[in-house]
Design a protein around this ligand. Sequence first.
Ligand code: AHG
Ligand code: MN
Ligand code: MN
Length: 337
Amino acid sequence: MNRIVTLDEFIIHRQKDFPFASGELTGLLRDIGVAAKIVNREVNKAGLINILGVAGEENSTGDTVQKLDLFANDKLIDCLKNSGECCGIASEENEHYIEMPALESKNSKYVVVFDPLDGSSNIDVNVSVGTIFGIYRRKSDSSGPCQLEDFLQKGTELVAAGYVIYGTSTILVYTTGRGVNGFTLDPSIGEFCLSHKDIKIPERGSYYSVNQGYYLKFDVEMRRYIDHCSDLNLRLRYIGSMVSDVHRILFQGGIFLYPNTRKYPQGKLRLLYECNPLAYVVEQAGGKAINCQLNRILDIKPKTLHERQTIAIGSPAMVDEMKAFVERYSMPMPFEG
Ligand code: AHG
Ligand code: MN
Ligand code: MN
């Protein structure tokens, strides 16, 4: 029988890879693992209790908030607050960042950003949702409270990022910049166990993932690329939960697109909470992530906490191909006399 490696064991073992690590990052990842188990418990019984449905308010970027979004948000904040391992958090569900009080004279060096529940429109119909997170080392002086600049860092500055999917099984995938590993929750022992070691994304795949319902709202170069995917008989899959769509692509290869539309001229997905953490994971697995202006996602300097971006993310050969289409079809047409 293979020896089971739990998430905690793996994280502690990996701490040795960072010679000057103080254990804070290790602690943070463990806190996120604990919060994920609590959220998982609630997601699993969501149909049984009166937690389904809309909470009756909108989040800071105008989306309808489900009750479970708020629950997941609260649990993540509680878990991160209790250990004092981070000095601040920024969440998709909160307009402003939240300072974490220093505990036991700990002056934490890290801030955490997260989308507590991604794909929340899927909750009521029993389809996979997830949590996405990123961890940055703070820029401001560690003797005082965290500052906005600590959160507005490029994705290249991430020290760790990952996601949890509450699906047919619950899987946590994360990277600290040395490869990507996945852990499946074994409900019988309540532990995340190493199940997907050193994940590598296929060079190309047979899936494309885009909200095809918006086809006519996309720019012409994006429509040409989507036509190309269809010409190649690629299989269209769109769950409406970015984390689940990207998870499929991470394992099976393909491309996920959320281009600009009339409703979302800058794109819909949030740079801090969705695009950057998933771009970091996908790049670490050998993939690529760019926006529709063809800039690498991780190189974009965020201007605001809730900034949105367009995104094309997935298998490297397919992102390159999409880039070539955009370059080709956005060139000015030669004069036809
Ligand atoms: P969230 O539930 O955190 O608001 O995110 C939903 C996002 C993303 O997960 C998904 O890919 C996208 O919204 C779906 O948007 P459309 O319904 O416009 O396709
Ligand atoms: Mn989301
Ligand atoms: Mn969300």
